[in-house]
Ligand binder design. Structure first.
Ligand code: NAP
Length: 295
């Protein structure tokens, strides 16, 4: 069997098109323009590139957006004051502080300072807790993207055996928590694996849906995958450079071998990656609607 590709690039494009129309309608009918601020501290090249991508997408979709660059030596108190300024700004519905922050700043304190209603990354403990009890206002962007890819590819989650490799706070735990909820696009039986798992392959081989977020190149090989499984590869690993200086990427799954066993699989790049920014925009539009009592 050669697996059907779940192309995140195309699904993201479709969601962005829907969002663009919704943003136009929000403006025309309700005079609401979703507003996003991205706060970048320092000049870490990867962070600069992520923030640039987010700003570009926000502008393309018709959002009001601010790119707020701060020097690497900004103090914790100054950064908290800045977050508070945007908490109070009615034009801003989503606040994204690009991580990682410099070592002298306590990331948790900064994330805690964001108004949970504007926490479009969904990292605030209030939003983590609401997700846990099935009453989320926002879903964290990468897990939300994974769930949307599955839904839009017609994958039945209810009753499925889902195995997640990874238990990070930004991918493994939230996607597990989302898919176990007694809700549409969820209701699965979920197993979460990590480095303490005794026999990883024993678990992954049971999976109807295998979600891999380990940050280890090609950690999942074909012998670890059940025939006909749906495989979502969240991993992004830089394994070299092209002669032109472009990063060569691979996922956490041995794509070439696993695609011969799976029924559906996401490529890297072009899989989960493009979904993450799109879900950030969806969260921001939803925050704007909620702020006006529309949702
Ligand atoms: P992380 O914080 O490093 O967590 C990795 C998790 O995988 C940990 O829970 C770790 O277990 C587990 N793990 C690592 N090796 C394992 C193994 N051999 N067997 C079983 N479990 C193993 O990483 P993350 O932030 O979740 O990211 C995971 C990957 O997704 C990375 O490649 C990252 O670049 C990528 N990512 C992509 C996007 C996107 O937009 N596409 C977004 C976020 C992350 P322990 O807890 O026991 O250490």
């Amino acid at each position: 069997m050669t697996a059907k590709l779940i192309r995140g690039t195309e699904i993201a494009k479709a969601i962005q098109q829907e969002l663009k129309e919704e943003v136009k309608a929000l403006k025309d009918k309700h005079n609401i323009i979703p507003g996003l601020v991205t706060i970048l501290v320092g000049e870490n090249p990867a962070s600069v590139s992520y923030v640039t991508g987010k700003q570009k997408t926000a502008k393309e979709l018709g959002f009001f957006s601010i790119q707020d660059n701060q020097p690497a030596d900004i103090s914790q108190a100054q950064l908290l004051t800045l977050v508070d300024k945007y908490n109070k700004d009615p034009q801003i519905h989503g606040i994204l502080v690009q991580l990682p922050l410099p070592k002298h700043i306590d990331e948790n304190q900064v994330l805690l300072a964001i108004n949970p209603d504007k926490d479009v990354d969904a990292f605030h403990p209030i939003n983590v807790g609401k997700l846990m009890i099935g009453e989320a206002s926002f879903y964290p962007c990468t897990p939300y993207g994974v769930q949307q890819m599955l839904i839009r590819s017609g994958v039945e989650m209810s009753g499925a055996e889902v195995v997640v490799v990874g238990r990070s706070n930004i991918v493994g735990k939230p996607i597990s928590m989302m898919l176990v909820q007694k809700q549409k696009g969820a209701n699965a039986t979920v197993t979460m694996c990590h480095t303490g798992t005794k026999d990883l392959a024993e678990h992954t081989r049971r999976a109807d849906i295998l979600i891999v977020a380990a940050g280890r190149p090609k950690a999942v090989t074909a012998d670890m995958v059940k025939d006909g499984a749906v495989v979502i590869d969240v991993g992004v690993n830089r394994i070299g450079m092209t002669a032109e200086g472009k990063a060569i990427l691979c996922g956490d799954v041995d794509f070439e071998a696993v695609k011969e066993k799976a029924s559906m699989i996401t490529p890297v790049p072009g899989g989960v990656g493009p979904m993450t920014i799109t879900m950030l925009m969806l969260n921001t539009a939803n925050a704007a609607k909620a702020a006006s009592g529309l949702k």
